[in-house]
Design a protein around this ligand. Sequence first.
Ligand SMILES: *Cc1c(COP(=O)(O)O)cnc(C)c1O
Length: 467
Amino acid sequence: MDTVSNARSEALRNLPAVERILQEIDRGSRGNALARPLVTSIVREAIALRRERILSGGGQTESFEEILDSISSELVNLERSRLRGVINGTGVLLHTNLGRSPLGRAALDSVVEVAGGYSNLEFDLSEGERGKRGAFLERCLALSCGGEAATVVNNCAAALILILRHLASPNHPEVLISRGELIEIGGGFRIPEIMESSGASLHEVGTTNRTKISDYEKAIGPETGMLLKVHRSNFYQEGFVEEPKLEELVALGREREMPVVLDLGSGALVNTETVADIPHEMTIVEALKAGVDLVCISGDKLLGGPQAGIIAGKREYVNALKRNPLFRALRCDKMVFAALEESAVAYLETPENPSVVLLDLLRENLDTLRSRAEVIVSEFDESAVRIGEGKSRCGGGTMPKAEIPSIAIELKPKGLGPAEAARRLRTGAIAVVPYIAGDVLKIDLRTVLPTQDKDLGKALAELLSGV
Ligand SMILES: *Cc1c(COP(=O)(O)O)cnc(C)c1O
């Protein structure tokens, strides 16, 4: 054996056995609450990784303690990745990474009742036989949206795929869309890719900044199956721009007997400008009033409900979508029905002022936010914690320009940089996600639910006591 392979086999021999590491972890100080198979799998992977590294000539310089430390921190990270609630201090109301819209009490109670036992999900209590899934919800949504009919699938992306799959049929596979609307929403949602995967063929019209109704008109051919408009929900175009009015597109669709579909995404049901000092966002009611045949929106954006894709519009189309085999594959779980039903009812009961958590957060005025901040900061030294200003945003790919004045708690823990302090807040017993502006660590109070104020105080105390 040459010296290289000698060194290699010695390194391999020196690698600790999985059992030995497990014993050490069991012994206590590094103990954790993870289920045994999870711990074993992490330890096995860690050792296998090191073995591969040695075999490919990478050597092995870590001591037993170092390996154990590295595995322990992997276990902590794994435990931390388990789904749990966090305090959103980012000021981004619909933070996609933080689960978008929070749900209210009524929705949660309904989820607990419906999902914690049996329910009449698809059962007609009057007749004692099979009933229609989601019938009540669909009626409520149709009414709130001002459409003839409505239905629900897993999310807005699914809604769009279903619509494309159905309307861009083999005989008419072509979908006209403006080059200015070939957008990426985020999280891998790119309109051209979605269209391709649904079997539709994309026919781009106009230019990035200017598309005229005549561009659509000229492009319609025997293969064309539908006209699609996609709401630019996460960016703005300014300057030399032009796009046809929704009404013009609808008129063209009518004339050429072609369905017109709007992917509205953010889809508010209320006039956003009445909720906060933010611009008007097109509502579903307006879209349907303009005459589009179908509109689809997300349940967990400005609507403030659970993740869902709501489709509303002409009954003929909605019913046809529900008969498509793909509909079955994209349908929602009973928990979503339970929560969304509560949102839909809230919008019908008090359309002007629906009881929806997201809208409450948007509405919260500065005085209320400031008094909440005063209570929280009163416990701490002024040099480390003070009240400042913030700017909340809608987020989640909605209203990119809108900034809502807010109150932020500013933190300057002694001897701790903002990035490290932010990490400690995120990884504390109560997870808080702050943001850094300039080099100031901030927690925007608008996105902290009032019921979380006490916990936020505790998290700040933990951070400050550790420095
Ligand atoms: C957000 C958005 C989508 C995707 O919605 P999901 O519910 O996240 O699938 C699609 N289209 C537009 C215009 C959007 O804004």
